[in-house]
Design a protein around this ligand. Structure first.
Ligand code: ZN
Ligand code: FE
Length: 257
């Protein structure tokens, strides 16, 4: 399974999963259909699955047109998103498994950004494979999604599930927000040398117009303040609050940044 990153709208990423052996493809969060159709045409692959993480239009906007072009496609989303994802046929819950090509994804329920958000995690199954995490707007490179429909407690629980995955997991998040996220991160975790190094690297990458997605989960664990609610430096920046309160404080600061 190859993962192909497509840029869409102003700062979204769409991910095409491609199995060259069977000439089939799946797509994660098609913000729009056009770049996906172009890529499928180029690959000469037919679309068998749409994996949606949540109902926001910049994640499902291409569903209908893709379904018209590929009437046999199966549309997946979270069970709690029933009625909100165009064309949804499969309603997934924590622990469900979905298959594409030779790989099986585990569904992780990650409410917070929305009340129904799910992530898809493909663990490595064979030597040479890496874990692939499609986390929509829950975990970003250097950040996390805004809490539109969830509480800090829910988001900490959701991010805890993602944080427990292996360090070499590739994090395929749905937006190119990394540079601004890290700029903010430095305001709450200023003494973090790994963070400063990452900021410098990302700044250089973005000045060359390079994508910063995917990132590695191990890097996120060390530099993303939204995975570091239990670190003494962040807890003291938040005035010695507990983990959930520290997370809520960081999230509140970011909302005003
Ligand atoms: Zn969203
Ligand atoms: Fe989004």
């Amino acid at each position: 399974m190859q993962v192909i990153r497509l840029a869409a709208l102003s700062d979204n990423y769409i991910f095409v999963l491609h199995d060259p052996n069977q000439n089939i493809a799946a797509v994660v969060d098609p913000a729009e259909a056009k770049p996906v159709l172009q890529k499928l045409n180029e690959l000469k692959a037919s679309l068998v699955a749409i994996f949606n993480t949540h109902h926001h239009n910049d994640h499902v906007g291409g569903n209908r047109e893709l379904m018209q072009q590929f009437p046999d496609v199966t549309v997946y989303g979270g069970a709690e998103d029933k009625g909100r994802i165009p064309g949804q046929q499969v309603f997934l819950q924590q622990g469900d498994r979905v298959e594409f090509a030779q790989r099986t994804a585990e569904v992780i329920f990650v409410p917070g950004h929305t009340r129904a958000h799910i992530a898809y995690y493909f663990p490595p199954e064979n030597p040479g494979e890496t874990g692939e995490l499609f986390c929509g707007d829950t975990l970003f490179a250097g950040g996390c999604g805004r809490l539109f429909e969830g509480t800090p407690t829910q988001m900490v629980d959701s991010l805890s599930k993602l944080r427990s995955l292996p360090d070499d997991t590739r994090v395929w998040c749905a937006h190119e927000y990394t540079l601004n996220n890290l700029k903010f991160a430095l305001t709450v975790d200023a003494q973090n040398a790994d963070l400063q190094t990452r900021y410098d690297e990302v700044k250089a990458s973005r000045s060359r117009k390079e994508a910063t997605v995917p990132s590695l989960l191990g890097v996120e664990k060390h530099t993303n303040p939204f995975l570091r609610w239990d670190q003494p430096a962040l807890q003291s920046a938040a005035n010695n609050r507990d983990s959930v309160q520290t997370f809520a404080w960081i999230r509140g600061m970011k909302d005003k940044f």
